[in-house]
Design a protein around this ligand. Structure first.
Ligand SMILES: Cc1c2[nH]c(c1CCC(=O)O)Cc1[nH]c(c(CCC(=O)O)c1C)Cc1[nH]c(c(CCC(=O)O)c1C)Cc1[nH]c(c(C)c1CCC(=O)O)C2
Length: 344
């Protein structure tokens, strides 16, 4: 067998002497070179849809740090936009979308086969990256999980408790479930096209999975993710999938098997020792350093990084943060984390 990339080895269940490493939001505002390219593009969405500049910002953290994986530069909210929702970003506040709260709103969405018209530039970014990345670096494509994307489409913005989506689920289940289904089918097509363009792994971000409890979690976080993974693996045998049901708590236990994911990414609300005991026996895990260490650095960063590497060293592990790096992070702290993981 040819020597494989370290991320792919970990995803196939191999325990490596040093965990491979990449970082959520590794291309982002904490990097001066990202801010410069974003200014050149004009704004965030123009950057996402400009394949050349999106390729450039994806490569920036690879050049600067030599991460083991590159993640496509795009956003989980491009899919609702491709389905016909209006999308814009308010500086300092975040995303805004036209809202869907009833059947009439749902009926305005486009059919799934129409998404590619909008998303073609994203596939072009993937093709560019497949050609330009160093040969030991793995290319990760991604999408949001249906529940998380639906919370933005229903509220029209990010919400602390996903209240509007929970309300629609309670008051108009048919429309709520129709949105989940359309997103599930759209996500299958979107990720399938990324894989055809050259993504070697795909990740499903369910950032708000933790606000679904009990049966709701199984129905609206787990089941759509399972359906997406099953269909992707049927179409692209062997494609590895990372699932990130953020803040799933006890629902992290068994998530590999229940969803079909090759790797479960864990946030920082659980300890690495707990993950080693309850989640890693089922397969590769990814995580889970607190993002705030990228701001504060120092001995705490080194100690906590070592603790995670140590706790997860007896099974397949990809080192990462528990959530995205924040704009106020110090780029030198990222280097310190990488040096600590690699034992430099
Ligand atoms: C919920 C969510 C979104 N987008 C994403 C999620 C799921 C992961 C998570 O929970 O963070 C995922 C995402 N967003 C972005 C990526 C690119 C790949 C990466 O480097 O990780 C990925 C994987 C770029 C981005 N997406 C966004 C930025 C910042 C945009 C800018 O340059 O101003 C980046 C680099 C904007 C964005 N996009 C979104 C929000 C809420 C915001 C505003 C918040 C913020 O400003 O950080 C939606």
């Amino acid at each position: 067998m040819p020597a494989q990339k370290t991320i792919l080895r970990a995803l196939s269940g191999e325990t490596l002497p040093t965990p491979p490493i990449w970082m959520m939001r590794q291309a982002g505002r904490y990097l001066p070179e990202y801010r410069a390219t974003r200014a050149q593009a004009g704004d965030f969405l123009s950057l996402c849809y400009n394949s050349d500049l999106a390729t450039e910002v994806t490569l920036q953290p690879i050049r600067r740090y030599g991460f083991d994986a590159a993640i496509l530069f795009a956003d989980i909210l491009l899919l609702p936009q491709a389905l016909g929702a209006d999308l814009w970003f308010v500086t300092g506040e975040g995303p805004r979308l036209s809202t869907i709260t009833d059947q009439a709103g749902f009926d305005k969405l486009k059919p799934v086969e129409d998404i590619h018209e909008t998303l073609n530039p994203i596939y072009q970014t993937v093709r560019n990256l497949a050609g330009e990345l160093p040969k030991d670096v793995t290319l990760i494509g991604f999408a949001g999980a249906p529940w998380t994307v639906a919370t933005y489409m229903i509220a029209g913005k990010g919400t602390p408790d996903q209240g509007p989506a929970h309300a629609l689920k309670a008051e108009n289940k048919p429309v709520f479930e129709a949105i989940i289904d359309r997103l599930t089918e759209g996500t299958i097509e979107y990720l399938s096209s990324q894989i055809e363009a050259g993504a070697e792994v795909v990740k499903i971000f369910d950032s708000w999975a933790g606000s679904l409890k009990g049966e709701d979690f199984d129905r609206y976080a787990l089941a759509p993710t399972k359906r997406i993974i099953a269909e992707l693996k049927a179409r692209h045998p062997g494609i590895p999938v990372i699932a990130f049901p953020r803040q799933a708590g006890d629902k992290y236990i068994g998530f590999h098997e229940n969803s079909g994911a090759d790797c479960v990414a864990v946030d920082d609300s659980v300890t690495a020792a707990w993950v080693a005991e309850h989640v890693q026996p089922d397969g590769c895990v990814q995580g889970n350093l607190k993002s705030s260490h990228m701001v504060t650095g120092g001995d705490d960063l080194v100690r906590e990084t070592r603790k995670i590497v140590e706790a997860l060293k007896n099974g397949p592990h990809i080192f990462n943060l528990g959530h995205g790096i924040t704009p106020d992070a110090d780029p030198d702290n990222v280097q310190l984390m990488i040096d600590t993981v690699r034992g430099a």
